[in-house]
Design a protein around this ligand. Structure first.
Ligand code: DGT
Ligand code: CA
Ligand code: CA
Ligand code: ZN
Length: 572
């Protein structure tokens, strides 16, 4: 895999941040930032320059030392200095930079003046009004910090995708034990929430003590916070907390239902129980005098309330109990229903695999069609395609399609919506594409009114088909932009456009709530992997998870249909 200019720039930015946290001198920090900027604006891959024997120190802001470092990064994908700094700086301080308004310099000052190293310290100091007293800060900044902390939360929540391999290994380990009959990861993980606070694991066994010894002996455990026969809590190397409960078969369904949650779903179900003179808890459902009437399976418990089984993804008390009672639960989409992907990058812009490689990967995954959507020129760091380069790619796609039978590669582009609502490529080339995916990547700070008008104006172009990652959020990094999605969704229905559910684990944008809203408006959603390398196509599954949480059926999703059936909708 070639190292991109953006990768090198990211390492330099990271070094600059870490040097800032370390209290290094300003000139040294700025040297790395300037070099990162030079790399970001370079029109040729540095890897190619090096291969051609060019002297990198001739580039602006790159001296001999940085030129050498760039070569090391291109060769090894990392830098000893970066690793040194990562070892030296407390990761909690690095995380403090996620608080909006806090850069390395301010984090360093707060550390030196008030001894702040964690989000909890920061919150306490802000609430005690200590921050306003530090030079360079003030009441307003203190207020912003508190609001920022609220926004991102005190604890970092994990991306579902990053927790999945950890959970899978743990389950496999627990299943190895002789007395274990069943293992389930309940909680937000089972509901497939986009982020997870901790793991709530249930184990079916009649020998709690033995299971707990096995559990706390797992090689990935770094801390045992509590250990009992029925319940233990541990912390894994990745800092993830796991609550484990051992349950016997007569209560297993009740425990699974209870610990799957959500809390709001549990409370609503408990209210139904009270109405019927029943008591429901994690041990079972009971009539007066503690007579057990159900508990072994979830189906049995829902059945007691005359309800069909409700899948975990719907258990958020957003109308699922009512729908279940009326018999109108949606028949949710599954990964098998998807037959194409409408958002894919290649080495044509910032992807890591070639057109042919991405085609092959799509075929291996059984997809029937794959839209190639490289960036347009406005995304300079991604070295977007201009009209000529796009025409060239379109020819390459024709050629590829001649050699493929099971897969159809579609000509497309992820074209930037410019500030005035025009699209970043001329209409005559956009017209010749199969479809056009449109994105906001710049001017994300416009007011809600301006941003909404910008997108509405863009939708007036008949070449506009799908609005990609509509709110621009990046989980744990950046909240949604200010934009009136209700207006945009209504306009999309009217004009025949669509919105994407971008399936990248840190985007998942549209989110579950907006998916449900789209469905209510009769707007179909396109699930797009936004794959930048081959296995990026597997992100589609995370998109499907959120689509299910958003009540979507196969009919509510554009790319569950064969290309022949949807081709026409892109002819506005
Ligand atoms: P998380 O860990 O923050 O991503 O979210 P959850 O949903 O996994 O929540 P967690 O780990 O605090 O608790 C697991 C489940 O246990 C939760 O989904 C529902 C149930 N639960 C926890 N606390 C309560 C409660 O106070 N009342 C009821 N009815 N259920 C609760
Ligand atoms: Ca949990
Ligand atoms: Ca928990
Ligand atoms: Zn993209």
């Amino acid at each position: 895999m070639p190292v991109h200019n953006t990768d090198v720039a990211a390492i330099f930015e990271e070094i600059a941040d870490l040097l800032g946290l370390d209290g290094a001198n300003e000139f040294r920090i700025r040297a790395y930032r300037n070099a990162a900027r030079t790399l970001g604006q370079l029109s040729q891959p540095v890897a190619d320059l090096i291969e051609a024997g060019k002297d990198l120190s001739e580039l602006p802001d790159i001296g001999d030392d940085l030129a050498g470092k760039i070569e090391t990064i291109v060769e090894t994908e990392t830098l000893p200095l970066l690793e040194e700094l990562e070892d030296k700086i407390d990761p909690a301080m690095v995380e403090l930079m996620d608080v909006p308004g806090l850069g390395p310099k301010r984090v360093r000052t707060l550390h030196d003046e008030l001894g702040i190293t964690t989000r909890a310290d920061l919150k306490k100091a802000a609430e005690a009004e200590q921050i306003r007293a530090v030079e360079g800060f003030g009441e307003k900044t203190e207020q912003n910090i508190l609001e920022g902390l609220d926004e991102i939360g005190e604890e970092r929540r994990r991306l579902l995708a990053s927790v999945e391999p950890v959970a899978t290994s743990l389950v496999a380990y627990l299943e190895e034990h002789d007395t274990v009959g069943q293992v389930d990861v309940a909680g937000s993980y089972r509901r497939r929430k986009e982020t997870v606070g901790d793991l709530d694991v249930l184990v079916l066994s009649e020998d709690g003590a033995a299971v707990m010894d096995h559990f706390t002996g797992y090689e990935d455990v770094v801390d045992v916070a509590s250990k009992g026969e029925m319940r233990s809590t541990i912390r894994l190397q990745s800092d993830l907390q796991v609550d484990l409960r051992v349950v016997s078969s007569k209560s297993y369904g009740a425990a699974l239902l209870y610990f799957t949650g959500s809390k709001a779903h549990n409370v609503a179900l408990r209210d139904r129980a009270i109405d019927e003179g029943l008591k429901i808890n994690e041990y079972g459902v009971f009539r007066e005098e503690d007579e057990r009437v159900a508990g072994e399976t979830e189906e049995e418990i829902y059945g007691l309330f005359d309800l069909p089984y409700i899948v975990p993804e719907l258990r958020e008390n957003r109308g699922e109990l009512e729908a279940a009672a009326e018999g109108t639960l949606p028949d949710l989409i599954t990964s098998d229903d998807l037959c194409g992907n409408l958002h894919t990058h290649t080495t044509g812009s910032d992807g890591r695999n070639s057109l042919d490689e991405m085609g092959e990967a799509a075929r291996e995954r059984g997809l029937e069609y794959l839209a190639i959507t490289d960036h347009s020129p406005a995304v300079a760091v991604a070295q977007g395609l201009d009209a000529d380069a796009l025409r060239e790619q379109m020819n390459a796609i024709d050629e590829l399609n001649r050699n493929l039978d099971a897969l159809r590669v579609l000509k497309s582009i992820e074209v930037d919506i410019l500030k005035d609502g025009s699209l970043d490529l001329p209409d005559d080339v956009l017209e010749d594409l199969d479809l056009c995916v449109c994105s906001l990547h710049t001017h994300l700070g416009l007011s809600e009114e301006e941003q909404t008008e910008r997108v509405l104006a863009a939708m007036d172009n008949p070449n506009f088909h799908i609005l990609a990652h509509p709110t621009g959020r990046r989980l744990n990094e950046r909240g949604p932009i200010a934009i009136d999605l209700d207006r945009i969704m209504e306009a999309a229905v009217e004009k025949g456009c669509f919105l994407e559910l971008n399936a990248q684990p840190e985007r998942l944008d549209l989110n579950d709530v907006f998916c449900k809203r789209a469905k209510e408006l009769g707007l179909k959603v396109a699930i797009g992997a936004d794959a930048h390398w081959k296995s990026g196509l597997d992100f589609l599954g995370y998109g499907v998870d959120q689509a299910r949480r958003g009540w979507l059926t196969p009919d509510d999703v554009l790319n569950t249909k064969p290309w022949a059936e949807i081709e026409g909708v892109f002819d506005r």
